[in-house]
Design a protein around this ligand. Structure first.
Ligand SMILES: [Zn+2]
Length: 259
């Protein structure tokens, strides 16, 4: 459970090399085809789309209203508290299946047929397993949300100018983790009877990132089939997720370039 807290010595070392500005200097690249060397598993039936599972939630709460910025609350405060909460919940949800997400079972950070790579602070692409990728995500986010200069909690302390773009990055990587749980560990989640939690968390998260435009819709296209089932109830959602599936790199990475 070392990853849960997100700090191993190696990671500490890695993080220390970061420049003060930020530090999820990680990007991903999509490759629609085969991941290096390893052939993607043949398109399986997506278990998580089965109606008997998608209808499972732990609450019928109207998340669409819940995510809206309450009057009198500062936008950044709202983004900060929600992002931090999602980080903890997604971290926890992943922890329930982390023993099954190993370097052997998940040799790459795959979601359906898309593979994500980690990029270090110098922009160097790092090929890593899914547990390593998740570990990078969680430790980087942990570092950010506990950094008083980025997520200030003290009265009178201002949010940095880069705050919103940092929140966007965090949400993008948290989305990858959620998507990986669905695409690679749904069976285990089912066995643990935690799919209702997962569906609820996913729905809440997606409605939140939509409400504040935090993740490029092209980035989340990969899970649109699920999103539609889980989040469409009464939402309508603008209906413009015509992400053509590929060619997403340019747009999707615009907001990744933190200066
Ligand atoms: Zn995995």
């Amino acid at each position: 459970m070392d990853w849960l807290m997100g700090f191993s010595n190696d990671k500490e070392k890695l993080l220390k090399q970061d420049t003060p500005d930020f530090q999820l200097r990680i990007m991903h690249r999509k490759s629609k085809g085969k991941p290096n060397g390893k052939k993607p598993a043949p398109e399986e039936k997506k278990l998580y789309l089965e109606p008997e599972y998608t209808k499972s939630r732990i609450t019928d709460f109207e998340f669409k209203e819940l995510v809206m910025l309450p009057r009198e609350i500062d936008l950044n405060e709202w983004l900060a508290s929600n992002t931090t909460t999602f980080f903890h919940h997604i971290n926890l949800q992943y922890s329930t299946i982390s023993e099954f997400c190993t370097g052997e079972s998940c040799q790459t950070m795959a979601v359906c047929n898309t593979q994500y790579y980690w990029y270090d602070e110098r922009g160097k692409k790092i090929k890593c397993t899914a547990p390593q990728y998740v570990d990078f995500v969680m430790s980087s986010v942990q570092k950010l949300v506990t950094d008083e200069d980025v997520f200030p909690t003290k009265y009178g302390k201002e949010f940095p100018n880069s705050f919103e773009s940092l929140v966007k990055k965090i949400c993008k990587y948290l989305f990858h983790v959620l998507a990986h749980i669905y695409s690679s560990h749904f069976k285990e989640t089912l066995a643990l009877e935690l799919h209702g939690h997962l569906n609820t968390l996913y729905t809440h998260f997606i409605l939140f990132i939509r409400e504040f435009n935090l993740v490029d819709p092209k980035e989340t296209t990969i899970m649109d089939d699920l999103t539609e089932v889980l989040c469409s109830s009464g939402s309508g959602s603008g209906g413009s997720s015509n992400g053509s599936g590929n060619g997403s790199s340019a747009g999707a990475q615009n907001h990744v370039k933190e200066r």
